[in-house]
Design a protein around this ligand. Structure first.
Ligand code: SF4
Ligand code: SF4
Length: 108
């Protein structure tokens, strides 16, 4: 179990922890898809909802050592991480540069 926060995450301040991505039902009722889309931003077959994790404090995970397994498995620098940065950091260049420089591919 890593107690150390990834340096790229420290710089980013938890873009991935600031929203919740939900897959849209493939054959779901159009009304439901519209209802979900009205609450967030459409991204291909999913919607990004503005629902920050309650454990995110000042850009850091306040329960880092006890965070859920899916947070441990989340790949820093992976496609979901990049998508979160692009969606939530309007000036995304420094964050993407930092990721590239650190060659970070480990978990948060
Ligand atoms: S995993 Fe990516 S999006 Fe999440 S805090 Fe780290 S750098 Fe930011
Ligand atoms: S538990 Fe921590 S790492 Fe997981 S989403 Fe919340 S703030 Fe982020």
């Amino acid at each position: 179990m890593s107690a150390k926060m990834n340096p790229a995450c420290k710089a980013c301040g938890g873009a991935c922890c600031s929203s919740l991505v939900m897959s849209l039902p493939v054959d779901g009722p159009a009304d439901l898809v519209q209802w979900l889309t009205l609450r967030g931003k459409r991204e291909a077959n999913s919607v990004r909802l503005n629902v920050p994790c309650s454990a995110l404090e000042d850009g850091k995970c306040s329960i880092h050592l006890m965070r859920p397994q899916n947070c441990r498995d989340y790949k820093v620098g992976g496609p979901q991480c990049i998508a979160a940065i692009n969606a939530l950091r309007p000036n995304n260049a420094p964050y993407l540069k930092r990721l590239a420089r650190e060659h970070q591919t480990g978990a948060t």
